[in-house]
Design a protein around this ligand. Structure first.
Ligand code: ADP
Ligand code: MG
Length: 425
């Protein structure tokens, strides 16, 4: 089919409110409109949803989106509806009444997007329903879950190997934020993609400088880093709400304009604080990981982690909020091995053994990232299945540790000189 590029840009602006596509989005959108299979690797936060939501909103028929988590689905549906795109989801959390309402809309051709849990696909009555409704294409989100070589294999995703046989004329689009070439090959084979457009965005963020320091007197350490930023905006992440409050207070007492952000604050206050940060009325937002969903402040100059992130995906996403404008920005993590215990405590609450074990493995990978004296960029990229071609990235504490080897000291001056040298390259 032919849809003019003008028309696509009009929808990008009018429906989604964006002036331009991010890297690779337009190619994927075009391919889907032309009815081609697609395989896309894009970092978390890179904008995968738009790649299928935009074509879904302008093509005939419903786009079925397979998504692994009920909570994710709900957010996506709310977001799509907010944009005016008719969307719904089917999963085990719906009441019988809600479910029949969704089915009615779906079979009546009222939906542009239908989010589905993977286990539905192979249910006999449901698959015959899928065959009767007009579909424009099927988007498989978090597609690495289908591969046992990936880090997040989900047996339910194996049902999706039936999609091609059930719906031989419906194009398939796979999306993931992690795929080594081995996983990529596996996904393409298991979904039986036909001559797909393969798009791989690089995960490298060349303007971000990564550094890790041992944590000791954390409030003082955070203050040191913030002070050296000369009033530039930044985000400080803390694990607990209590530590968010404590850190924000400490910074305020030391004449830094800082505000807290976490789920324990009244909704109105939280929004006010977020807006104050967006408008540059305060320098620093101290937050739990609840902060940042959908936020797009481009001039964040630093992100500090006062505690260990739970895995590399979270670390990548949280540090990724720095330097969206392409200008230099700093990512500083204060590491202490003891954090493993705190994070492990949460992991141990997970009932599903498989999920719990996967969580622990990711936590160990996060610790190893901090402890190994290997280029940080190299480690991040290799975690996401990408090779970094240079020996010295020039933008992390390991690579810029100069001739005068810095001892692992927490002396503020040493800390700052290390950060500065990181910045000078
Ligand atoms: P992913 O699924 O790849 O992790 P999302 O689809 O959730 O990422 O998008 C992440 C953020 O990027 C969202 O806030 C989204 O609104 C924003 N975004 C996506 N595409 C664009 C674009 N072309 N211009 C500006 N922001 C965009
Ligand atoms: Mg996504």
């Amino acid at each position: 089919s032919s849809v003019s590029s003008d028309h696509i840009y009009k929808i990008l602006r009018d429906t989604f409110g964006f002036d331009s596509f991010r890297e690779n989005q337009e190619e994927v959108v075009q391919a889907l409109i032309q009815g081609r299979d697609v395989f896309t690797v894009m970092p978390t936060g890179g904008g995968k949803s738009l790649c299928y939501q935009l074509p879904a909103s302008l093509m005939d028929g419903t786009c079925v989106v397979i998504s692994p988590l009920i909570s994710l689905m709900k957010d996506q549906v709310d977001h799509a509806r907010h944009l005016g795109i008719p969307a719904a989801c089917l999963n085990s959390s719906l009441s019988a009444r809600e479910r029949s309402g969704v089915l009615e809309d779906f079979t009546g051709g009222q939906l542009d997007l239908l989010y589905l849990a993977p286990e539905r696909v192979a249910l006999a009555d449901f698959s015959s329903l899928l065959q009767r409704v007009k579909l424009c294409f099927i988007a498989v989100d978090e597609a690495h879950c289908i591969s046992e070589w990936g880090h997040d294999f989900r047996p339910d995703y194996l049902q999706l190997t039936e999609l091609r046989r059930l719906l031989p004329t419906v194009p398939l689009a796979a999306f993931t934020a992690t795929a080594t070439h081995r996983v990529q090959t596996d996904i393409i084979k298991r979904l039986n993609l036909h001559d797909p457009l393969v798009v791989r965005a690089s995960f490298n963020r060349p303007n971000l400088h990564y550094a890790i320091f041992p944590r000791e007197n954390i409030l003082r350490q955070i203050h040191q880093v913030v002070r050296e930023q000369d009033g530039e905006p930044g985000i400080v992440y803390r694990l607990s709400r209590a530590d968010v409050d404590k850190t924000a207070l400490y910074l305020q007492e030391h004449d830094i304009r800082a505000l807290p952000y976490h789920a324990g604050l009244d909704g109105g206050v939280r929004q006010q604080n977020q807006e104050a940060f967006n408008r540059d009325e305060v320098q620093v937002i101290v937050a739990t990981v609840a902060f940042g969903m959908g936020i797009d402040k481009s001039n964040v100059r630093f992100v500090i982690h006062g505690d260990l992130p739970k895995n590399m995906e979270s670390y990548y996403q949280e540090t990724g909020r720095a330097g969206r404008d392409g200008e230099k920005a700093y990512c500083v993590l204060f590491f202490q091995r003891g954090d493993m215990g705190r994070l492990g405590y949460f992991l141990n609450q997970i009932d599903n053994e498989e999920e719990r074990r996967a969580g622990w493995k990711k936590l160990e990978q996060m610790v190893s990232y901090c402890e190994r004296s290997v280029c940080r960029r190299h480690q991040i990229l290799s975690y996401f299945g990408e090779e970094y071609p240079r020996d010295n990235c020039g933008g992390c504490d390991v690579c810029t540790r100069g001739v005068e080897e810095v001892e692992a000291t927490t002396e503020a001056q040493m800390l700052m000189s290390a950060i500065y040298r990181t910045g000078q390259r």
